[in-house]
Design a protein around this ligand. Structure first.
Ligand code: APR
Length: 229
């Protein structure tokens, strides 16, 4: 028998309990930094050193963090279901928890890419991209991150996956950053949907949605236990 398809859409909240800050909570990254200074093509044009330093810090924190019970619960789901994770996160905690199919919408912190040719992507050795570090064609390396104002290359693939889901789970995202936040609209109205987040998230108009108002490390293992029965 073919397995049912579960698609999971994750945001910063799933990694919060691994010690990686979210963006928009009261102690979030965008309280500490201005998006326009570090996460846009204009920021890169203006001050490459500052942008590199911002992501070098993120990379070091990510490498020190460990997957938590929520990441591990999603791995567990693969025993019974065909699981695809679509994440807005740039960390690799889903992969380190063992999840097999992970799509990164907003890039990956452990990769660098050429500023001349976006198909030249490299795994970063250590924690830093340095000013003066170049691709094989001689241009400065940049973080392999989708910045505000840039296209999201994996978005269409993700919408298609969402449309094919038998069950859809959303974890730890404020659903304010588009186009990613629109993904729920691509899931069939009849499909059971679950949202795990300790805060209120605006999901008006979404049919068949069960809201589980809990932290990911509590709500997700419980939901997974239910789904494994
Ligand atoms: N468990 C589950 N959810 C949590 C937890 C937790 N322990 N802690 C916080 N949250 C929730 C918050 O309530 C909030 O709804 O996680 C969400 C985090 O929202 P954001 O900080 O906006 O993060 P996210 O939605 O992933 O941001 C989207 O914005 O800056 C960009 O590119 C960046 O991918 C990111 C995008």
């Amino acid at each position: 028998m073919t397995k049912q398809k579960i698609v999971v859409f994750t945001g910063a909240g799933i990694s919060a309990e691994s010690g990686i800050k979210t963006f928009r909570d009261s102690d979030g990254l965008w309280e500490e930094y201005n998006i326009n200074d570090v996460a846009t093509p204009q920021a890169w044009a203006k001050n490459r050193e500052l942008v590199l330093e911002f992501y070098n810090k993120r990379r070091k924190q990510t490498q020190e963090a460990q997957p938590n019970l929520a990441h591990k619960a999603l791995k567990e789901l693969e025993k019974k279901y065909d699981v695809t994770i679509i994440t807005q996160n740039i960390d690799d905690l889903h992969e380190r928890a063992g999840s097999k199919k992970v799509v990164h919408l907003h890039g990956e912190i452990n990769k660098a890419r050429s500023t001349l040719d976006e198909t030249l992507v490299y795994k970063i050795k250590g924690t830093e991209i340095k000013l003066g570090e170049k691709c094989e064609r001689g241009s400065q390396l940049r973080p392999h991150i989708v910045w505000f104002g840039e296209q999201v290359p994996m978005m269409d693939v993700a919408y298609k996956m969402a449309a094919e889901a038998d069950i859809f789970i959303v974890v730890g995202t404020s659903l304010v950053v588009y186009p990613a936040a629109g993904i729920l609209n691509y899931v069939a109205p009849t499909v059971p949907k679950y949202m795990i987040d300790p805060s209120d998230v605006n999901v008006s108009g979404i049919k068949n949605l069960t809201i589980i108002k809990q932290k990911a490390s509590v709500g997700l293992p419980q939901l997974v236990e239910e789904l494994m029965k």
